[in-house]
Design a protein around this ligand. Sequence first.
Ligand SMILES: Nc1ncnc2c1ncn2[C@@H]1O[C@H](COP(=O)(O)OP(=O)(O)OP(=O)(O)O)[C@@H](O)[C@H]1O
Ligand SMILES: [Mg+2]
Length: 246
Amino acid sequence: MNEMLILRELCKTYQSNSTRVNALRGISMAVDSGELVAVMGPSGCGKSTMLNLIAGLDTPTDGEIYLADKRIDILNETERAIVRRRHIGVVFQAFNLIGNLTVADNVELPALIAGFSSKQARARREKLLEQLGIADKARAVPANLSGGEQQRVAIARALVNTPQVLLADEPTGNLDTENSREVMTLLSQYNVEGQTIVIVTHNHVVASCASRIIHIRDGLVANETRVDVKGDHKSVLSRLISLEVQ
Ligand SMILES: Nc1ncnc2c1ncn2[C@@H]1O[C@H](COP(=O)(O)OP(=O)(O)OP(=O)(O)O)[C@@H](O)[C@H]1O
Ligand SMILES: [Mg+2]
């Protein structure tokens, strides 16, 4: 098994009173284990809807989702929450940290909920904050951090349970050039170490860090671009050095 994530003919229709929106109209794709895939497409084409369905935050109207060979779209809400906590990490554009918890608690909480002991959760948090260069912020609250620091906390939180896949929805959308470069460097490093990542972005340079770019239009996969043969760590980093955020 080399495919970590498979979407088959995924459809999502939002229905409210008199309005009906066909957000996804049959999306199919496969993401290999260890791949970094970028998803691009115009506003409203269904990118966030797709990530939300993979994360089990919502259910598809039709189609199938497999994570590591396990079909996850047919699980009930409780089962989906367990899969999300244990096997999927999610990073959002707006960071979505818990404002009245410290950085340390924000990162440890998902580990505790997933059943790790407080000692294990602390060890995981310490390692991640160290790797992400924010160990000195462990006792701070999110409001006292820069945007780039908050996004690094969100990445630590998303990775604390060593997820099978990391989903990132516009992770650099609220960041300036320097912080975007930093965040993409960190995500690329985790990818080089084997982390499977799906990243939604409007930014072509951010997308160029991926090995494959999937373009979505009107709820369907329009086409796919291979960036080049996946570079080694050095070439990924050299590409990031020229990262310019539009
Ligand atoms: N909860 C909802 N109820 C009804 N319609 C929704 C809901 N969420 C999204 N939509 C609609 O579904 C379509 C796809 O939205 P989605 O948020 O997935 O787009 P997107 O590609 O992420 O856009 P953006 O790049 O602006 O973030 C849009 O037409 C949007 O208005
Ligand atoms: Mg979106």
